[in-house]
Design a protein around this ligand. Structure first.
Ligand code: FMN
Length: 333
């Protein structure tokens, strides 16, 4: 049996394996980040610093310095109060420095917003604080009937240009699954400066509370069924993108991780599985990947990556539609 090489390249960073910790609260605490690194995580992504949080701080500052012409309280009334965010912007930068001092694995900072603006200056501060890369999360839910898809994507691309153009460290973009033409948009993101694409954000879908007749936001951890959407798009995008691809959402077992790599991911991000089982699962998944690769004669991750993508499929759209029709037609009553 071989001793397979798990090393991978992500955003130009050399990682000891494709298994990394996705954006989450683990980096809030140096001990929990260290435990994950000791258990075999090859990189770690911090929770996000939000556009709204940075804007709020900047507006609060100018409110104190100048006489305000307008109140910003109304615009921010839906959002958490400044003190409710777990990491204040200046604390976030200190935490990057502390993590870098303690950990021997790359630390990726996360910026979360979608409109061009002053908040993107934080990319430079993150770089100066020592971050090895930035994950820019473009999460948003579009509800305005007057806004077109083109306008929204133009804003997103400009935001990527601002962030990627201001730093030397690589920038990955974390996307939601609901773009009309994700393949075209992925290439446009690369053109705007993104060195990697992270598939996909999960929407934290609110439920209705029938006793209170109110909306109840809920955070449900993922399960493996959520991986399928990611597999599809990794397989579609991986023959086309030049940069890195990372899978986030629904990776819970070694089989899930292997499927993501076969579909074309360079790295596989873990969050829910770590929250459910603790850092020890990281080591088990890493060992599981190594053993599976040895048993299936894969010497390194490069051989595995993208082996099941749609590169050799002459018409992926027709292939998908044919499978869709076949599945619907296979049911007989
Ligand atoms: C408690 C919690 C906090 C999270 N915080 C962030 C965040 O700050 N920024 C971000 O981009 N994603 C955040 N995520 C999303 C995860 O990074 C990840 O994309 C998502 O959980 C899907 O991966 P999973 O199936 O491995 O959980 C968070 C997820 C959880 C469960």
């Amino acid at each position: 049996m071989y001793a397979p090489d798990l090393a991978t390249n992500y955003l130009g960073l050399k990682l000891s394996s494709p298994l990394i910790v996705g954006a989450s609260p683990f980096c809030d605490n140096i001990d929990s980040a260290s435990r994950l690194a000791d258990a075999g995580a090859s990189a770690i992504i911090m929770r996000s610093l939000f556009e709204e949080q940075i804007d709020y701080e900047q507006k609060a500052l100018s409110y104190l310095l100048d006489t305000p012409a307008e109140s910003f309280a109304e615009a921010t009334s839906y959002f958490p109060a400044f003190s409710e965010y777990q990491l204040a912007p200046d604390y976030y930068l200190k935490q990057i420095a502390l993590l870098k001092k303690t950990l021997r694995i790359p630390v990726i900072a996360s910026l979360n917003g979608h409109r061009p603006g002053g908040w993107t200056d934080y990319a430079v501060k993150m770089e100066q604080a020592g971050a090895d890369a930035i994950e820019l999360n473009l999460y948003q839910l579009i509800t305005d009937p007057a806004q077109s898809g083109d306008e929204i994507e133009a804003d997103m691309l400009q935001t990527v240009r601002e962030v990627a153009g201001s730093v030397k460290i690589p920038v990955a973009v974390k996307l939601s699954a609901f773009h009309t033409a994700p393949a075209q948009f992925a290439l446009a993101l690369e053109h705007a400066g993104a060195k990697g694409i992270v598939l996909f954000n999960r929407f934290y879908q609110p439920d209705f509370n029938l006793d209170e007749l109110d909306v109840q936001p809920s955070l449900r951890l993922s399960d493996s069924t959520e991986l399928l959407l990611r597999l599809r798009w990794l397989a579609v995008l991986s023959p086309h993108v030049k940069g890195s691809l990372s899978c986030t959402g629904g990776v819970h077992t070694k089989e899930d991780a292997i499927k993501a790599l076969l579909a074309g991911a360079d790295t596989v991000q873990l969050v829910s599985v770590l929250l459910k089982h603790g850092p020890g699962i990281m080591g088990l998944l890493r060992e599981g990947l190594r053993v599976w690769m040895a048993e299936h004669d894969y010497r390194d991750v490069t051989q595995l990556r993208g082996a099941l993508n749609l590169k050799r499929c002459p018409d992926p759209a027709a292939h998908e539609r044919a499978n869709y029709i076949r599945i619907l037609q296979s049911w007989r009553i």
